[in-house]
Ligand binder design. Structure first.
Ligand code: PHE
Length: 382
């Protein structure tokens, strides 16, 4: 008899979760409540979707182990957005019309959440983004929520850090014009930095997916800034750090939550050290709920340390489950009202109250990249 190693079963279980359970089209088949998730499991920003999915799935498993909600188990149907424009709309349409999910969790990236939100709104299926921070996401309509802060706050946090802590007076801004997140965060950073008395000495653009940033970095260096704000995602941010060093641009580079991935260090090596970014969570935050989350996450996912996307994904599923319980039903309008009424909910990334704009007003953390690790510096209250 052949004995299969444990990791064989783990692999089978995971692939079933990602693909195999999307077959049924009967709502609530097998006594489950179907929840849809869309996430970038492959492609350029895959760590966003993978981490977010791991956190989300772990929350669903814990809720089910605890008896589920309304006497039923939650069933998570996950679709890969592949980091491709157009794919979020396609898969969310499928989750709603083919699978009849009662709610949608996702996405991490604002541009992809913005693509799917109108579909959820039209179908009156509540959507909760774990970590999309562009303000326009929830402005789509009253069925669209998020469990994280928004970029006017994040931009302010980093502008105050640049002028207050780093004493920067002259800063350059380098924006990904393909990303709604990047454009928004750049705008909010600039507004606050100028209001603090600082000067934006030069503004340059790139396109997500670019690999060569030397022309723009040469212009940035010529403007002789005290720092550069790079509100992009980790792949480009890491290459920008490397090429800035190669050109002798030796000032701190600053970013937002989009920098957070261990891949930042894998791509950027030494060049990412000494730089700073803001985000939603760090494993050393130290609240009892976050300690338990870190332990359980390491057990569930092969000793991994959870990152921000994992924590936000986890929280999005907890907030949804809590709302289903309070609503007493999975009916769209009632569930929407219950999510909107979320107050002081204890979550891993902080206490979540959904405000009148359907956003969560929560604290941010500032991290420094040091010796290839993300070091926690401080927590900034809203
Ligand atoms: N906030 C980013 C966006 O809106 C996504 C992100 C969240 C990236 C958390 C990393 C960590 O696009």
């Amino acid at each position: 008899m052949k004995i299969w190693p444990a990791h064989f079963f783990a692999a089978v279980a995971t692939s079933f979760i990602l693909t195999g359970c999307n077959q049924s089209s009967t709502p609530g088949a097998g006594g489950t409540i179907k929840v849809g998730e869309f996430a970038s499991l492959t492609g350029k920003d895959a760590t966003f979707g993978i981490s977010s999915h791991e956190g989300t799935l772990m929350a669903i498993e814990e809720i089910n182990a605890d008896g589920g909600v309304l006497g039923k188990k939650l069933e998570l149907l996950t679709e890969d957005t592949q980091c491709k424009a157009g794919e979020s709309a396609t898969v969310v349409n499928k989750l709603i019309s083919r699978d009849n999910v009662i709610a949608i969790l996702g996405e991490v990236a604002s541009s992809r959440s913005l693509e799917a939100a109108p579909i959820c709104q039209q179908n009156k299926v509540p959507m909760i983004s774990p970590s999309s921070t562009n303000p326009d996401v929830t402005k789509t309509g009253d069925y669209i929520f998020r469990v994280c802060f928004i970029d006017p706050f994040q931009g302010t946090v980093m502008a105050n850090f640049a002028s207050g802590t780093l004493k920067a007076k002259r800063v350059a801004v380098f924006t990904d014009v393909k990303s709604d997140y990047s454009k928004g965060l750049a705008k909010f950073f600039k507004e606050r930095f100028k209001a603090n008395g600082g000067e934006i000495v030069v503004e340059l653009d790139y396109n997500g997916g670019d690999k060569d940033f030397k022309a723009q970095l040469t212009s940035i260096k010529a403007a002789n800034p005290d720092g550069v704000f790079v509100p992009g995602y980790y792949t480009e941010a890491a290459l920008i750090c490397v090429q800035a060093k190669q050109l002798g641009l030796n000032v701190p580079l600053l970013g937002g939550d989009g920098w957070e991935a261990s891949t930042l260090v894998e791509i950027g090596g030494d060049a990412v050290n000494g730089n700073y970014f803001s985000t939603h969570y760090h494993q050393s935050v130290g609240t009892p709920i976050s300690k338990k989350f870190n332990e359980n996450y390491a057990k569930r996912w092969n000793g991994k340390t959870p990152d921000t996307m994992a924590a936000c994904g986890y929280d999005s599923a907890l907030v949804l489950a809590d709302a289903i319980k309070r609503a007493g039903t999975t009916d769209g309008p009632k569930l929407r009202d219950a999510i909107a009424a979320t107050k002081t909910f204890p979550a891993v990334t902080g206490t979540i109250t959904i405000n009148e704009n359907r956003d969560a007003s929560k604290s941010a953390v500032i991290l420094k990249v040091e010796a290839g690790k993300f070091k926690y510096l401080e927590t900034i209250q809203p």
